[in-house]
Design a protein around this ligand. Structure first.
Ligand SMILES: *[C@@H]1O[C@H](CO)[C@@H](O)[C@H](O)[C@H]1NC(C)=O
Length: 815
């Protein structure tokens, strides 16, 4: 199959070029092969799966694509208009004339259009979730069809929405009719372009919501950067055609979906929990309903919504207005007369620009020229420079009605609009404003007073707790000095917390890369504001880790506590975390067996120190591959002490109401009963060990269908005396057989079902460190099925279910 890669020369499409990786496997379907109900294609990275499904309570079948880990979240549907009512003989196939078709015993139900005769068509599900049909010729691959050209209700990274004035060629999102019916529902999210791009949600032909004109960075009606990971882009092509997309990057699975109630939301995958977290939604509140306050009205959302008239305007129907029916909007108190009056402009800041119903746009005019142009034209009611990008020129002039304006809840003061008024009106308004400003100042001062009061008291609070801890331990623990850094230093180091510097998402906030000086690179963890949970973890981490020093623990270099900023500064490890290596198809080939063994030993050494040798005995409680960082020589360092708890030597088991930690790494007694002890860390270590040597996740994309995952597989292979098969296929001849077998056995000892059967860290470490000595026989591993259930089952009772639903290599060859 290697040779296919070398002939991949010509290819027009970028996604295709980057992500099309030829190896015929679980991800490909060739001519004469079929996929029947129950079989699926799986993308090479195991992120996406394609197959037949029935939505909700419906009995109808559809062909769809979903994230392997969340099969309920279908991201694309082929035959949304052609439900399959009779599944007899149902299959997907590639027809001789290059069309993809779904058929049942009665005939073809759905198909793509035909491309004429093709000789070697290949269907592949790519890592992006794009399903592509290509024709292999001698020199290249020609793309015939791709699912990304036919979005349904979901936008995936790499997919494009397109505004195209040629009717019928646009690409939009259309909601499902209901959770049981993927056929097109009432709502449609489309791009529009009146010189400025906008994204608009329609119900039928009615606008229900507008995201606001694109200001060069984002849509003007959305919060500036809803989160650092969602970075949508608008691309203008020849001024007319525009496309909207989220660039593809592998690390953060995300999606935008237009749901059946007409709300579009952005979700990020929390892969540890296989859960999608919404980061932000449109419409945000009722001020986002299109034209809520009528013409010349402006909406404010506080506790409830409130409509006001723009400066110089009064309610058109005051009685309705008083009854909170704002739809009539506002009108000028007295009409302007351009012949005899002087006019000037009132500046409104922090707003979503009114709809561009009747506008004139000039991209090269300065703001000053814009003002002159507006003054000169009597029908101009307002103007602005709609672009907020640094140094950009531009002039947008509104005529007629200003509709769908709102104050933003996170104001961006660069978004300003200038409203035409009589000069005399403006003078009196300025006087009123000045007075109002003074009032609001006094309110602000009061608010600042309260806020800083809170901050000071909570600060004093840590101080006190910290000190009392100190005095309690005074005799045994010498003080560890933790340097305090100034906030301004951190700002400089991270380039003002530039999103470009973000290197990850820690337990309680983003992690940035920073330069403390020309040489010293550090990792900077910033506590998200107003995060109660985060604050507790922050305190915990500071007080615990400041006292710990070991070459296999990540070093805390300092912290910064200023106003409401709480920041931790760590040594920066160039190779990121273990999961980015062992689960990555390319990077894991660098991990030879000696390197993997060194990593396992290093983690064991670090944990031995935490459990037995450090001044404070500590249970980590959240050990997982993403919390194991790797330095330049791939030496491991345990990080993230946000959940860690100190314990007394004689305290065997503690209980917690709140189970924290990551699924896949939690011991059964902890996941089910909230009991934690050093033995729950041992369990997590066992999982990490088995993951590191197999290159497979215990619970992750690859294993959603195999409910019991890696541990079950390890156990089964152990019983059949075939443990070597567990080893990563990338490790061909670099390993010592006896060492690997020993390692797997130690891993299995660590993940035994009952905590008391698991060895402690001293035994684990000494078993790993020597090649001699008989090891105990492991008993069945513990599995846990679901956070909500108290079932702890072993694999043996349900063996054989693992491969269901996923096509295996042998299936493919047989077809
Ligand atoms: C969405 O796009 C499709 C495909 O181009 C088109 O047929 C449909 O009319 C569009 N929907 C709306 C509401 O314009």
């Amino acid at each position: 199959m290697e040779s296919y890669q070398s002939i991949l020369i010509l290819c027009s499409l970028v996604h295709f070029f980057i992500f099309f990786n030829f190896s015929f496997g679980l991800d490909t379907l060739l001519a004469n092969q079929t996929i029947v109900d129950g079989q699926t294609l799986v993308s090479p990275n195991h992120m996406f799966e394609m197959g037949f499904f029935s939505p909700g309570v419906s009995k109808n079948k559809f062909l769809g694509i979903w994230h392997t880990c969340t099969p309920d979240v279908v991201v694309w549907v082929a035959n949304r208009n052609d439900p399959i009512r009779d599944p007899e003989g149902l299959h997907l196939t590639i027809l001789g004339h290059g069309a993809l078709a779904i058929a049942n015993a009665r005939g073809i139900i759905w198909s793509t259009s035909s491309f004429g005769l093709v000789s070697f068509p290949i269907l592949q599900l790519l890592d992006t979730g794009n399903l592509v049909l290509v024709e292999k010729t001698k020199e290249s691959f020609i793309q015939l069809w791709q699912s990304f050209d036919f979005p349904t209700d979901t936008l995936l990274p790499g997919m494009k929405l397109v505004y195209n004035p040629d009717v019928g060629k646009e690409k939009n999102l259309t909601s499902w009719r209901s959770s049981d019916d993927p056929s097109p529902g009432d709502f449609c999210l489309r791009l529009t372009n009146k010189g400025l791009a906008d994204s608009v949600i329609f119900k039928g032909s009615q606008i229900v919501h507008r995201t606001g004109a694109w200001n060069g960075h984002y849509f003007s009606g959305t919060p500036p950067f809803p989160n650092p990971i969602y970075k949508p882009e608008i691309v203008f092509e020849e001024g007319k055609l525009i496309s909207f997309s989220i660039p593809y990057e592998t690390t953060n699975p995300q999606r935008v979906v237009l749901d059946k109630s007409g709300s579009s939301s952005h979700f990020l995958l929390n892969s540890g929990k296989n859960k999608w977290n919404p980061t932000y939604a449109n419409p945000l509140d009722s001020c986002d309903e299109y034209g809520k306050c009528g013409p010349f009205g402006v909406c404010t959302f506080g506790v409830t919504i409130k409509c006001q008239c723009l400066m110089g305007y009064t309610p058109k129907f005051p009685e309705d207005w008083d009854l909170q029916d704002w739809s009539g909007g506002c009108t000028r108190a007295s009409p302007l007369d351009c012949q005899i009056e002087d006019h000037d402009f009132f500046e409104v800041t922090g707003i979503k620009y009114p709809d561009t119903l009747q506008v004139r746009l000039n991209k090269s005019m300065s703001l000053k020229e814009c003002k002159t142009a507006c003054l000169r034209d009597c029908s101009c009611v307002a103007y602005t420079n709609p672009y907020i990008t640094e140094g950009s020129t531009g002039c947008l002039i509104w005529f007629g009605e200003l509709i769908d304006t709102r104050y933003l809840s996170t104001p961006n003061n660069k978004q300003k609009m200038y409203i035409r008024l009589r000069k005399s009106e403006l003078d009196s308004l300025t006087a009123i404003q000045k007075e109002a400003k003074e009032k609001s100042w006094s309110i602000m001062i009061l608010v600042i007073g309260i806020v800083s009061g809170v901050t000071v008291s909570s600060f004093v609070n840590i101080g006190i707790q910290y000190m009392s801890r100190q005095s309690r331990k005074e005799k045994t623990v010498e003080d560890v000095e933790l340097p305090l850094y100034k906030f301004s230093t951190i700002m400089t180091a991270t380039n003002n917390f530039s999103t470009d510097n973000i290197i990850g998402e820690g337990g309680f906030g983003p992690v940035y890369k920073g330069m403390l000086s020309a040489e010293v690179e550090v990792a900077i963890k910033r506590l998200s504001r107003n995060s109660e949970q985060g604050f507790a973890e922050f305190k915990n981490e500071v007080t615990l880790i400041a006292k710990l020093q070991h070459r296999n623990l990540v070093r805390l270099l300092g912290c910064c506590i200023e106003k409401d900023e709480k920041i931790l500064i760590y040594e920066l490890l160039p190779n990121k975390s273990l999961n980015t290596f062992v689960f990555d198809r390319n990077r894991r080939t660098h991990l030879t067996w000696p390197k993997r063994f060194n990593i396992i030993m290093g983690i064991a050494r670090g944990l031995l120190y935490l459990h037995h040798d450090s001044r404070l005995k500590i249970i980590h409680r959240d050990l997982k591959t993403s919390n194991i960082l790797l330095d330049g020589n791939l030496n491991p360092k345990i990080s993230d002490f946000g959940m860690a708890r100190p314990f007394e030597e004689d305290e065997a088991t503690a209980r917690t109401r709140k189970v924290v930690g990551s699924y896949g790494y939690m011991s059964p007694e902890y996941a089910v009963a909230g009991k934690f002890s050093v033995k729950s860390d041992i369990f997590s270590l066992g999982v990490i060990l088995l993951e590191t040597l197999s290159g497979k996740k215990n619970r992750g994309y690859a294993n959603c269908h195999q409910h019991y995952g890696l541990l079950a597989r390890a156990w089964l292979l152990w019983k059949e005396n075939k443990t070597l098969e567990l080893l990563d296929e990338c490790l061909t001849d670099t390993f010592i057989e006896s060492q690997v077998k020993r390692c797997i056995q130690i891993g299995l000892l660590c993940v035994q079902r009952y905590a008391e059967d698991r060895p402690d860290m001293i035994s684990v470490y000494s078993m790993l460190a020597t090649d001699e000595g008989l090891l105990p026989e492991p008993k069945e591993p513990g599995f846990f099925i679901d956070a909500g259930s108290d079932v702890v089952r072993s694999y043996t009772s349900t063996s054989g279910e693992c491969e269901n639903g996923t096509m295996s290599m042998t299936d493919l060859e047989a077809r």
